[in-house]
Design a protein around this ligand. Structure first.
Ligand code: A3P
Length: 324
């Protein structure tokens, strides 16, 4: 029996498996052999039990804030770069490794009741996020929030304008969504961010390729906006949270904000001005264009939802019957 230096072994490995260039982080505690070589000082308790995967602009921040109110639920610690989001599975942070990710989760004080989670809304549409999340957290539950993809696209456009994105400022929403292949790169990129996350069935199927359907909850974002307490009851039972938390008492509708807010010290505590923005309604031309654009996607979504045993959200039912 002979061996080589680590460097030589590494080179040999990549000659044999050239596609394995990227690291894949798995939970060391799932495989006994990994656990044996894992430092004794480390623990696998600092990993989330569930993820809110997005997509962006569907109400994920409201959901994040409301779920956090539950006494057994503990969120990831804030990230210096992306507010409340860790954004590990989607992009470059993945290369920072497992220790980097686990640092976001406070050590568990009471193992039996605490449920850890993180919300990174860009996971939903990011190609590598599903298989990476499954490799590390095969038993995690996932929550996704879907709204009419046309409204989602418009909300993203308004978000970019509010952040002084020059492309969003220099083009109407219609110019953005209807831009052709010869449009500038910046316009195409903004168009992509508006449209692509709304291919809901396509993204859902990718997640469902890895995770069993029983681990995924699809929330209607319009219902979350209109009646969050009802939606949070469904979520509590999906996550098997204990004790039962009465969201009807914990949330109040704030007429000034026009949204549901948390009750804190007898006052309503709403999300900041960046969530629930005031802007003009979408113009009819864009609405019509997007109804055509998303028609096939929404048919596919309706089939996926039916297969999974969901009734169709009102916005989806409306879209499919009106445009038949
Ligand atoms: P708009 O600001 O375009 O209205 P996300 O947190 O995923 O980025 O989603 C932001 C959207 O959440 C907001 O988009 C708003 O419509 C929606 N939302 C749903 N419930 C809300 C709430 N209780 N407070 C504020 N925004 C809420």
């Amino acid at each position: 029996l002979s061996t080589s230096t680590p460097l030589e072994l590494g080179q040999k490995y990549f000659q044999l498996f050239p596609n394995d260039r990227e690291a894949i982080w798995q939970n060391p505690c799932i495989d006994k052999r990994h656990q044996e070589i894992w430092s004794k000082e480390k623990t696998c308790d600092r990993l989330p039990n569930f993820l809110i995967i997005g997509p962006q602009k569907t109400g994920t921040t409201a959901l994040y804030m409301f779920i956090k109110m539950h006494p057994s639920v503990v969120s990831s610690l804030p990230s210096a770069t992306a507010y409340e989001e860790v954004q590990f599975f989607n992009g470059a942070n993945y290369q920072r490794g497992l220790d980097w990710y686990m640092e976001f989760f406070p050590p568990q004080l009471n193992h039996s009741t605490q449920v850890l989670f993180e919300k990174s809304a860009c996971y939903f549409a990011a190609e590598p996020a599903a298989w990476r999340a499954y490799a590390l957290l095969p038993h995690a539950k996932l929550i996704t929030v879907l709204i009419n993809p046309a409204d989602r696209a418009y909300s993203w456009y308004q978000h970019q304008r509010a952040h002084h994105d020059t492309t969003a400022f220099n083009h109407t929403f219609f110019e953005v969504v209807s831009a052709g292949p010869t449009a500038s790169l910046t316009l195409r990129s903004l168009q992509n961010h508006c449209l692509q996350p709304g291919w809901y069935a396509y993204h859902l199927e990718r997640w469902l390729h890895h995770f069993p359907p029983a681990q995924l909850l699809i929330v209607d974002g319009h219902q979350l906006r209109a009646n969050p307490a009802e939606v949070l009851d469904v979520i509590q039972s999906f996550l098997e949270l204990k004790p039962y938390f009465n969201y009807t008492k914990a949330l109040t509708f704030d007429p000034e904000k026009g949204f549901w807010c948390q009750v804190e010290g007898g006052k309503s505590q709403c999300l900041g001005s960046g969530k629930g923005r005031m802007y003009p309604e979408m113009d009819r031309e864009s609405r019509k264009f997007l109804a055509g654009y998303y028609y096939e996607h929404n048919i596919r979504l309706s089939k996926t939802l039916t297969r999974l045993g969901y009734s169709l959200p009102a916005w989806l039912h409306d879209h499919l019957t009106r445009n038949r």
